[in-house]
Design a protein around this ligand. Structure first.
Ligand SMILES: Cc1cc2nc3c(=O)[nH]c(=O)nc-3n(C[C@H](O)[C@H](O)[C@H](O)COP(=O)(O)OP(=O)(O)OC[C@H]3O[C@@H](n4cnc5c(N)ncnc54)[C@H](O)[C@@H]3O)c2cc1C
Length: 478
């Protein structure tokens, strides 16, 4: 077995691992980057990018099939060429992956190791059966994988995970999507809009990353108008046979339902890839949910020379957070035992459904109801949203009772990918309801809906608005 000695070993060449390596190198550490699977990152290969490519085709199809309501008649039959849709997804996806491969290609070969790493003892890794790596500190950036519930595990080739969708040669004729978290909602709605008969089932009574009961209720109502959506289902059973998969389940009202589909897409959440590194060998602590415990400001695990970054920590399994955690982990691993505390950004999560979903800053579940006031707006009559035929949604913004500092928001509506950014930036800048209301709002724009929610907050907090209402405030549907 070969032997390597380095300051820092990084396990996983995803977004977090690549960022960790870069940061540790900047500080002057000797680093080895260990990757067991293909290079290219989850984001580019099977995550953010291909899913958004699929969603964009679905949105184009939706615009065309609903064009009649704007008086635009499309002559002839609209046909969705599933093969062409998926070919474009892969072509563009490969282009994004190519950029990552190019940057990985620039890493000197002696600084990379191919194979799966596992702990032998503190500070020592075994990579496959070919190399023993001794490192001063180790960054675990091993990402996550889809979790398959036991009632779906015996479905063979008819069971898909999100990775598989992008590799299909053609769109299937029917799919049951199990789980309506971010990935299930995004892919389920996209498949539906691309003409796939889509059944959406979730044992949860929530959808997406939402926790605010008002926004959840609205989201279930809005998505339920478009999708064959069943929430809070119980006793789901599946039976694979020659014609497909037959699913039976109990709906919320207790009624038993049955459907047969070609495929089942398991979107029941993702779990950190930790089993393979044998965390027990170094006493890595695991919480009651079976997830690793670590300090999100340092990324350090207990007081071990081990730093967790990206989806492997399950703290905020999002791309920009993986990059941040990678940088923090790389910095602290390179300087170990001099471990520095970093301030994390304001949380920001977006779901690319239609309408979009956003969670900013503190979500509803983190609020102390005694110290918080909630302002809200319905997007059902919001002016610009109605102009665009996208007037569906509801936004709730949370502010401190004392002083009106913005804390966070849960959002469902059009262009939330943009309005959520505005609110996240305002929260991070410690802005108050009053100070945001003093900034400009153009007319007619979806941001006016955010202003309505802020004004609701101002009224409830009894804040005096310093700008007199202008004429546009009397305009329609702001
Ligand atoms: C369908 C989908 C859509 C998504 N959409 C979005 C989005 O729109 N916006 C957003 O912010 N996020 C999105 N995400 C999440 C985002 O992709 C992830 O948060 C991010 O890619 C995680 O990066 P990472 O570096 O932690 O993991 P990865 O990129 O998965 O890297 C981990 C690497 O570790 C390697 N590895 C694992 N175990 C070992 C081992 N023992 N030894 C050696 N190597 C190992 C793996 O092969 C892998 O290459 C999406 C994810 C999915 C699946």
């Amino acid at each position: 077995m070969k032997k390597r000695e380095v300051d820092v070993a990084v396990i996983g060449a995803g977004t977090a691992g690549l960022a960790a390596r870069r940061e540790a190198k900047k500080i002057g550490a000797s680093v080895v980057l260990i990757e067991g699977g293909p290079y290219g990152t989850t984001c580019a290969r099977v995550g953010c990018m291909p899913s958004k490519l699929l969603i964009h085709s679905a949105d184009v199809a939706h615009e065309i099939t609903t064009a009649g309501k704007y008086g635009v008649e499309i002559n002839g039959q609209t046909r969705i060429n599933g093969k062409a849709v998926l070919e474009r997804v892969r072509r563009e996806r490969d282009r994004f992956v190519g950029f990552v491969l190019e940057s990985v290609g620039n890493i000197p070969s002696e600084e990379k190791l191919a194979g799966y790493a596992r702990f032998e003892r503190p500070g020592v890794l075994i990579v496959d059966d070919h190399t023993r790596v001794e490192a001063g500190a180790i960054v675990v950036a091993t990402g996550s994988s889809p979790w398959i519930p036991s009632n779906l595990s015996g479905l063979g080739d008819r069971l898909l995970i999100s990775d598989d969708i992008f590799e299909l040669e053609d769109l299937p004729s029917s799919v049951a999507v199990i789980g309506m978290g971010v990935i299930g909602l995004e892919i389920g709605q996209a498949l539906h809009r691309l003409g796939v008969e889509t059944l959406c089932l979730t044992p949860s009574s929530r959808v997406g990353p939402l926790s605010d009961p008002e926004i959840i209720r609205k989201a279930i109502d809005v998505f339920g108008q478009e999708l064959d959506l069943h929430v809070a289902v119980k006793d789901l059973e599946t039976n694979a046979h020659d014609e497909g998969i037959t699913l039976t389940w109990a709906n919320r009202d207790g009624s038993r339902q049955e459907a047969t589909v070609d495929y089942v897409l398991a979107s029941a959440g993702r779990r950190p890839n930790l089993a393979r590194i044998d965390p027990g060998k170094v006493g890595m602590p695991i919480d009651e949910r079976g997830l690793p415990t670590f300090d999100s400001r340092t990324t350090q695990v207990e007081n071990l020379p081990i730093f967790l970054a990206g989806d492997a920590s399950d703290y905020r399994p999002l791309l920009h957070e993986a990059a941040d955690e990678g940088r923090i982990a790389g910095h602290n691993a390179a300087r170990y035992p001099d471990v520095r505390t970093f301030t994390r950004r304001t949380p920001l999560a977006t779901v690319f459904s239609d309408p979009q979903i956003g969670v900013v800053g503190k979500g509803y579940r983190e609020l102390d109801p005694d110290t918080v006031t909630i302002g809200e707006v319905s997007y059902d009559d919001q002016g610009r949203s109605r102009v665009m035929g996208k007037n569906k949604g509801h936004v709730r913004i949370y502010a401190e009772n004392e002083g009106g500092a913005l804390l966070g928001a849960e959002m469902l509506g059009p262009s939330v990918e943009h309005t959520a950014h505005l609110l996240a930036w305002a929260v991070q800048q410690d802005l108050t309801v009053d100070s945001v209301l003093r900034m400009p709002f153009y007319h007619p724009v979806v941001e006016e809906g955010i202003r309505t929610a802020l004004r609701d907050l101002a009224a409830k907090l009894k804040l005096e608005e310093r700008l007199e209402p202008g004429c546009m405030d009397c305009g329609p549907g702001v």
